[in-house]
Design a protein around this ligand. Structure first.
Ligand SMILES: Nc1ncnc2c1ncn2[C@@H]1O[C@H](COP(=O)(O)OP(=O)(O)OP(=O)(O)O)[C@@H](O)[C@H]1O
Ligand SMILES: [Mg+2]
Length: 361
C-alpha cells in the first residue's frame, strides 16, 4: 500500500486540474441572480430593528461560525466583524474571537484598542476560561476576544488544544460565536475552521483567490481523512478507508480524487460511505464572493458551488456576493463598522442577506 504521506502530497495535482478547467469555463457553467439592491450608498441612518433570526435551543451550546479562506486580504475579517455585528442587531448575544494566528487585526474593524489578555493567553494555556478574555465592544450584545499581537509567536495547535478550545467554547453563555480565521491551509487553520458548525469561505472573483478557495475546500476534506486515520475512533471506517486506498492504487489511478474516494466507499459499504459523508458534512460550508465589480463576477459563486459538487462531490452553499464599494473602505478607514454606520449601503444589505441564508442553511 502506498504510504499515506504521498497520498496527501498529491492534492495539488487536482487543484491544477481545477484551475485548468478554468475561470471562463466556470463562468459558463451556471448563472445566478444579480445582486438585488440599487439604493444609494452611505446612508448613516440606522436600520429599524430586523425580524428575529431562527433561535438556537435555549441554553444550548453556542452556534460556532468560522470565517476563513485560502487567500489573504479577501475581506475575511471585514465580513466576520459585520456578520457578528448583524447577528447582535437581531438581539442575540454574540462573541467574536480574533483567531488569526498570524496577524490579528479584527480589533481595528470594531474600533477597539487591543490590550490586556488575548486569545494567545488561552492558546498558551495561561488562562483556562474564555470569560476572563472577554472585552466589551460598545455594540450592544457583542463581546470580543482579541488575537495574539505577536505574529512571530504564531501558534501551532495540536489536537489537545483544539479539544480544550471546543470545551471552553461550549461553556460561554453566548448564543453565537464567530471566529475570524487567518489565511492559508495550515493544519491549525483547518482545525479551527472544522470546529465550527457553520463555516464561511470568503473568496474574491480573482482567479488566484478562486484557486486558493478550491485548495482550501480540498484541504478541509484531507484534514478530516487524516483525523480518521490518526484516531482509533471509528476502526471499521478506518479499515474501509485503507481498503479504498489499496483498491484505488491497485487500479493505477493517477490522481486520487475526493469523488473517487467517496464513490468507492459507497460501493464497498453504503453504510460506512454514508458515515464518511456525514463526518465530512459536520461543518456546513458556505461561500461568499466579496469585492464583486461586474455581472460576470456575480456568476462566480453559483459556478463554484456547482463545480465543487460535480468535480469533488463536496457540497458547499453559495450564500451571496458583496460588491466592491467605497462605503466599505470608508467604514474601515473611519473605523465605523459598515452594518452599524452604513446600514443602507448595498454591501451592508448583502452581508445581512448572507447571514440570513447562512442561519437558514
Ligand atoms: N467589499 C469590499 N469593497 C471594498 N473594499 C473591500 C471590500 N472588502 C474588503 N475590502 C478591502 O480589503 C481589505 C482587506 O480586508 P480584510 O482585512 O478583511 O481581509 P482578510 O481576508 O481578513 O485579510 P487577512 O488574510 O490579511 O486577514 C480591507 O481593509 C478593505 O480595504
Ligand atoms: Mg483578516
Amino acid at each position: 500500500m502506498r504510504p499515506l504521506r504521498s497520498i496527501f502530497k498529491r492534492r495539488d495535482t487536482e487543484d491544477t486540474r481545477m484551475t485548468k478547467i478554468g475561470y471562463k469555463r466556470l463562468l459558463s457553467m451556471t448563472s445566478t441572480e444579480p445582486l438585488s439592491s440599487t439604493e444609494p450608498l452611505s446612508s448613516t441612518e440606522p436600520l429599524s430593528r430586523p425580524e428575529p433570526l431562527a433561535r438556537p435551543e435555549p441554553l444550548a451550546r453556542p452556534k460556532v461560525c468560522a470565517v476563513g479562506g485560502g487567500k489573504g486580504g479577501v475581506g475575511k475579517s471585514f465580513i466576520a466583524a459585520n456578520l457578528a455585528l448583524s447577528t447582535s442587531k437581531y438581539g442575540k448575544k454574540v462573541l467574536i474571537i480574533d483567531a488569526d494566528l498570524g496577524a490579528a487585526n479584527l480589533h481595528t474593524f470594531l474600533n477597539i484598542e487591543a490590550k490586556g489578555l488575548s486569545f494567545s493567553n488561552f492558546l498558551k494555556s495561561e488562562v483556562v476560561e474564555l470569560k476572563v478574555l472577554l472585552n466589551k465592544t460598545g455594540f450592544q450584545g457583542l463581546e470580543f476576544i482579541s488575537g495574539q499581537r505577536d505574529s512571530l509567536d504564531a501558534a501551532n495547535l495540536n489536537g489537545a488544544d483544539i479539544a480544550r478550545l471546543e470545551e471552553a467554547l461550549s461553556l460561554v453563555d453566548h448564543e453565537y460565536v464567530f471566529l475570524d480565521i487567518g489565511p492559508g491551509t495550515s493544519s491549525s487553520t483547518l482545525d479551527l475552521f472544522l470546529m465550527a458548525d457553520r463555516g464561511v469561505l470568503v473568496t474574491t472573483p480573482e482567479p488566484t483567490s478562486i484557486e486558493n478557495t478550491y485548495r482550501f475546500i480540498k484541504c478541509l476534506f484531507w484534514q478530516r481523512i487524516k483525523k480518521i486515520f490518526n484516531t482509533e475512533e471509528d476502526l471499521p471506517l478506518k479499515k474501509l478507508l485503507h481498503k479504498v486506498y489499496d483498491l484505488d492504487w491497485s487500479k493505477k489511478t493517477k490522481i486520487k480524487t475526493i469523488e473517487s474516494i467517496l464513490n468507492l466507499m459507497k460501493l464497498l459499504d453504503p453504510e460506512k460511505g454514508a458515515a464518511l459523508k456525514r463526518i465530512m458534512g459536520k461543518t456546513k460550508v458556505f461561500l461568499v464572493v466579496n469585492m464583486i465589480k461586474n455581472e460576470e463576477d456575480e456568476k462566480i459563486g453559483a459556478a463554484m458551488e456547482r463545480a465543487c459538487r460535480d468535480f469533488f462531490g463536496i457540497d458547499i452553499e453559495y450564500i451571496g456576493g458583496i460588491r466592491y464599494e467605497d462605503s466599505v473602505t470608508d467604514s474601515i478607514r473611519r473605523r465605523r463598522p459598515l452594518t452599524v454606520h452604513y446600514g443602507r449601503s448595498d454591501a451592508a444589505r448583502s452581508i445581512d442577506n448572507c447571514l440570513q441564508r447562512m442561519m437558514r442553511g
